[in-house]
Write a protein that binds this ligand. Structure first.
Ligand SMILES: Nc1ncnc2c1ncn2[C@@H]1O[C@H](COP(=O)(O)OP(=O)(O)OP(=O)(O)O)[C@@H](O)[C@H]1O
Ligand SMILES: [Mg+2]
Length: 257
């Protein structure tokens, strides 16, 4: 694990703010993820987690603040631009093209560019090898993605990002609405990544036990800011749950004022 502060973080954001009309979604976000580190981002519904991820992946422009990749400031112009800098995102439903086969999806937009002359047979074989390598268990890579479950699609999207040159991988609720088998598949993928230590991951999840299980560090997003930053080994399920319950009680008090 990378100790924050000792080396340049793979990704750092400073003073990020984002408004949607009258609503302030993010006030001042400061966050970093070390090389090879897995950071869990938690927070209430509507706290702004997805908005932050969408800023880091180049989808939304922030109103204020800076983004640094390997210590260099970048101004992200688009999702493609962020991807070219090694920042990749996995959304459950947007990531894949439903009408194409699993193996075509594996090569979509990326590997086809790098190796334009790959035959279908080669792509198919490489996709099979890679998915097997990553422990993603699918009966047939020629099947259309539309025929797979949400969890299987998610596993393929994660595997594809890992296969690409992603240096920072953003996972927005990869375990939501997922069966035990696919959930385990994703968690295993993340653990594999961690062992290889090549990719930094920010993962949004509501299941704190899973967060503590798979993440090196946890950040809590509250009132548009990061209000809690601890290594997983220095916190507990009880502490995280208590933070959120305290916020709920505080929110009720505010509403009743
Ligand atoms: N495109 C948008 N236009 C207007 N408001 C938005 C937009 N996207 C998000 N918001 C608002 O910004 C706030 C933060 O939303 P966001 O989706 O980032 O929350 P979240 O932490 O991901 O919540 P959840 O855990 O429910 O996914 C919410 O109040 C939401 O309604
Ligand atoms: Mg969200």
């Amino acid at each position: 694990m990378t100790t924050p502060g000792l080396t340049t973080p793979a990704l750092r954001v400073a003073g990020i703010a984002k408004r949607f009309g009258a609503l302030t979604a993010l006030r001042e976000i400061n966050l970093e993820v070390g090389k090879g580190e897995v950071l869990g981002l938690i927070g209430d519904n509507g706290a702004g987690k997805s908005t932050l991820i969408k800023i880091i992946c180049g989808y939304h422009r922030p109103d204020a603040g800076q983004i640094f990749v390997n210590g260099d400031e970048v101004v992200l112009r688009s999702v493609d631009h962020a991807r070219s800098l090694g920042i990749d995102t996995v959304y459950q439903d947007l990531a894949l093209v439903n009408e194409l086969s699993v193996y075509h999806n594996m090569f979509l937009n990326r590997e086809l560019v790098r190796w334009p002359l790959l035959s279908n047979r080669t792509m198919r074989r490489r996709a099979e090898e890679h998915l097997k390598d990553m422990g993603v268990d699918l009966p047939d890579v020629t099947v259309e993605v539309a025929k797979l479950s949400g969890g299987q699609r998610q596993a393929i999207a994660v595997a594809r990002s890992v296969y690409s040159d992603a240096k920072v991988l953003l996972l927005d609720e990869p375990l939501a609405a997922m069966g035990a088998k696919e959930g385990t598949m994703i968690l295993d993928l993340i653990r594999d990544l961690k062992e290889r230590g090549e990719v930094s991951v920010i993962i949004i999840a509501h299941n704190y036990a899973q967060v503590l299980d798979v993440c090196d560090r946890v950040n809590l997003l509250q009132h548009g800011e990061i209000t809690f930053d601890k290594r997983s080994r220095d916190t507990s399920l009880e502490e995280l749950t208590e933070l959120v319950v305290a916020e709920y009680r505080g929110g009720r008090r505010r509403r009743h004022k």
